[in-house]
Design a protein around this ligand. Structure first.
Ligand code: GDP
Length: 341
């Protein structure tokens, strides 16, 4: 018989302190790619090789292949802390409304969002849709005011405009005004600098690196809460393809472990929406290192992975424990209420 304390501990999924899954919500040109590059550079990802010519968040339909190492759709940044290395997965989500549920799928992979806003342009209406989804999902938000070095920066006004927008959206989704307690980081992604104190308009953040940003991210966004020893549940949130591997499914592992070569239960929906379960083999497992996908033997709950070997797998399917196949809820998709212009 477990004691009551043991039973309580066992019922709570553990939080992984070595991992953070985030999305960056930004209007185009506000500096998302530059910021992720700067984070990678500070973490030393580029030190042993030439810098990538095409950066991942801009790669679009560019698929560059080297063997089975291909560009990932997310970026993994390693942050060295006194307690060990933390991997920060930055999931690429569209910054604007979309019609295929890509926003919902992106947000379903993360536990927090960086709202990146240009210090001169301020928050623009196109990001409203994604931000509303973020608040509706109850995800914590970190505001990063970028390009504080712009001569036409108007930092205090932009923070105020962002607060107004968040308050508006919180009202729309029925959240309380605690969304305004969000931490604010001032950055020049181009200079690779950040600070928690507001620089002068057009000046540079006082820290010579991005440490303040990393500290706020690790402090404000929780690690994924996931049980690596439970029965496997991995949700397919996106698809990709490779001439070497065929269809690749991008998944978030919610519980258990995935291994290369493992036989799993593939839970999919038939034409009538009924769940069909089939045994299949994972022929290849890929994880993200910096900007690339690389083969791996095993990955555990909380991680974002790519798998190959199931040609007809699709978004919303679950990979589960063959002895105990329990599909996760399929991601529901609704249409955006605003136009994309
Ligand atoms: P994205 O579309 O959000 O990925 O934006 P990019 O990272 O491609 O940046 C758009 C433009 O803004 C580029 O010309 C960058 O060099 C510039 N930029 C990015 N960060 C900063 C910054 O901190 N300060 C200034 N002045 N320009 C920046």
């Amino acid at each position: 018989m477990p004691t009551s304390t043991e039973a309580r501990t066992a019922a709570l999924p553990a939080t992984r302190d070595d991992l953070r899954n985030i999305a960056i919500v930004a209007h185009v040109d506000h500096g998302k790619t530059t910021l992720v590059d700067a984070m990678l550079r500070q973490s030393g990802a580029f030190s042993e090789r030439a810098e990538p010519v095409d950066r991942v968040l801009d790669s679009g339909d560019l698929e560059r292949e080297k063997g089975i190492t291909i560009l990932a759709k997310n970026t993994a940044v390693q942050r060295h802390t006194p307690d060990g290395v933390v991997t920060i997965n930055v999931v690429d989500t569209p910054g604007h409304a979309d019609f295929g549920g890509e926003v919902e799928r992106g947000l379903s992979m993360v536990d927090g969002v960086v709202l990146l806003v240009d210090a001169s342009e301020g928050p623009l209406p196109q990001t409203r849709f994604v931000l509303r989804k973020t608040l509706a999902a109850g995800l914590p938000v970190v505001l990063v005011v970028n390009k504080v070095d712009r001569p036409d920066a108007r930092i205090a006004e932009v923070v105020e405009e962002t607060h107004d927008l968040l308050l508006d959206l919180a009202t729309e989704v029925g959240a309380d005004d605690s969304v305004l307690d969000l931490p604010v980081v001032y950055a020049s992604a181009r200079a690779g600098r950040a600070s928690l104190t507001q620089p002068a308009d057009g000046g540079l953040p006082d820290s010579e690196n991005l440490d303040p940003l990393f500290e706020v991210l690790l402090g404000h966004v929780p690690g994924p809460s996931a049980d690596p020893d439970g029965p496997l549940q991995a949700l397919v949130t996106n698809l990709d393809s490779s001439t070497f591997l065929g269809r690749i499914a991008l998944c978030r592992i919610h519980a258990g472990r995935l291994r290369k070569g493992q036989t799993v239960a593939w839970c999919r929906a038939d034409g009538d929406g009924n769940t069909v379960v089939e045994r299949v083999r994972i022929s290849e497992l890929l994880v993200t290192e910096a900007l690339e996908r690389v083969p791996a033997e095993e990955a555990a709950a909380g991680e974002l992975v790519a798998i190959a070997g199931i040609p007809d797998i699709t978004i919303g399917d679950t990979l589960a424990d063959p002895e105990n196949p329990t599909p996760l809820p399929r991601i529901t998709v609704d249409e955006p209420a605003i136009s994309m212009t």
